[in-house]
Design a protein around this ligand. Structure first.
Ligand code: CA
Ligand code: CA
Length: 365
């Protein structure tokens, strides 16, 4: 097929699509409004509180008293708390949408300015545009008419990492994007009619959400590579020769951190991090700098010497009280501390290998 015929086909397909849309958007607008049309949408979240990183399911409960052929709702949310990633939205039909009312549903995470009415800045709010169009089966339109209301559309939002405070998930009543098309008789396309914001009241109830407060503790600074290994109360993933851990770890949940350095001003293996809350120490972590056994925050031949001495029983590390040193020393991860680990340290000192402090393993430079 040459380019010209592809273009012709595309033009034909577009024309066909336009014809269908025109049909469902009122080419035969000969219906008569009842005069009392109204729609109400209640926005709900499955939980009123969740942690940063959690997903929250948003449900739209829609009640109306007319045969709606389509629905469109911009759903806004505070963007300092929530984010909508298209791959995570998981937009679903629910309730009567699955059993009685059929059609096509879509949800798009969007920053399109048209979705944000005056007063709602895209710098403050994120948005998902929800659209549903009823299908036609043997000449009968699948219209949405649920006077008692139905939980009919769901999608997911993610609580942003580091978020705190509260947020609303809501449909701005000022939006001009709502669909106002209806029909008297779903089996008669000649009874389609179109209303306006003044002839069909659209009202909305927002959802309120609060980010769960974190328990007092320690957290990695995002992007730092630090790892809080809670099972063994270790902290690793830091650089060598540090005199402060501030770029790697931070207190959360109202705690403060007390750092007891392993050697003078240096934060090497054996540095203690105490989590203090209400004047009490609620947890203590031990810092591990892989390759640093003596705690001076450098990785060099003196540490290699300790590996060899340990292998030759010239000194001992207690499996419990010195567990952090044995963990720091086992660079090849074979469960032993010996000359093989010493060799890696010497190679590091001589710039033949690097040590990935987030995994504890060497890599060729
Ligand atoms: Ca050292
Ligand atoms: Ca080893």
């Amino acid at each position: 097929m040459n380019l010209k015929s592809i273009k012709k086909l595309a033009a034909f397909s577009t024309a066909l699509l336009m014809a269908i849309v025109c049909l469902s958007v009122g080419a035969f607008a000969a219906g008569v409004p009842n005069g009392n049309e109204a729609m109400h949408v209640t926005v709900k979240t499955d939980v009123s509180s969740a942690n940063p990183g959690d997903f929250v399911t948003v449900t739209l409960n829609v009640s109306n008293n007319y045969n709606a052929t389509s629905m469109r709702f911009p759903v806004l949310f505070d963007s300092d708390v929530f984010e909508a990633l298209q791959a995570d939205l998981n937009v679903q039909k629910a309730g009567v949408m699955l059993t009685e009312v059929f059609g096509t549903l879509s949800g798009v995470a969007t920053a399109n300015p048209a979705v944000f009415p005056a007063g709602y800045s895209p710098s403050d709010y994120g948005a998902v545009l929800i659209q549903w169009v009823g299908s036609v089966d043997v000449g009968t339109f699948s219209c949405y008419n649920q006077p008692a209301g139905s939980d009919c559309i769901t999608f997911r939002l993610k609580v942003k990492a580091g978020a705190s405070g509260s947020a609303s998930v809501f449909i701005p009543p000022e939006s001009t994007l709502f669909y106002y098309q209806a029909m008297n008789n779903p089996s008669d396309a000649n009874t389609i009619y179109t209303m306006t914001s003044s002839t069909c009241a659209m009202t909305f109830t927002p959802a309120q959400f609060t980010v769960a407060a974190a328990a007092p503790g320690v957290a990695a600074v995002a992007g730092s590579g630090a790892v809080i290994y809670n099972t063994r109360s270790f902290i690793y993933g830091i650089a060598d020769a540090l005199t402060s851990l501030d770029a790697y770890i931070q207190p959360v949940g109202g705690a403060t951190l007390q750092v007891v350095k392993s050697s003078g001003a240096s934060c090497g293996t054996g540095t203690l991090v105490r989590v203090v809350y209400n004047a009490a120490t609620v947890a203590t972590y031990t810092v591990v700098l892989f390759g640093d056994l003596n705690g001076d925050a450098n990785i060099d031949s003196s540490d290699a010497g300790l590996c060899v001495d340990y292998e030759n029983f010239m000194m001992n590390y207690d499996p419990v009280t010195d567990a952090h040193i044995l963990f720091a020393a086992d660079l090849n991860g074979d469960g032993n501390v010996d000359s093989a680990d010493a060799g890696i340290i010497i190679d590091f000192e001589n710039f033949f290998v690097g040590i990935n402090q987030t995994t504890g393993r060497p890599f060729i430079l």
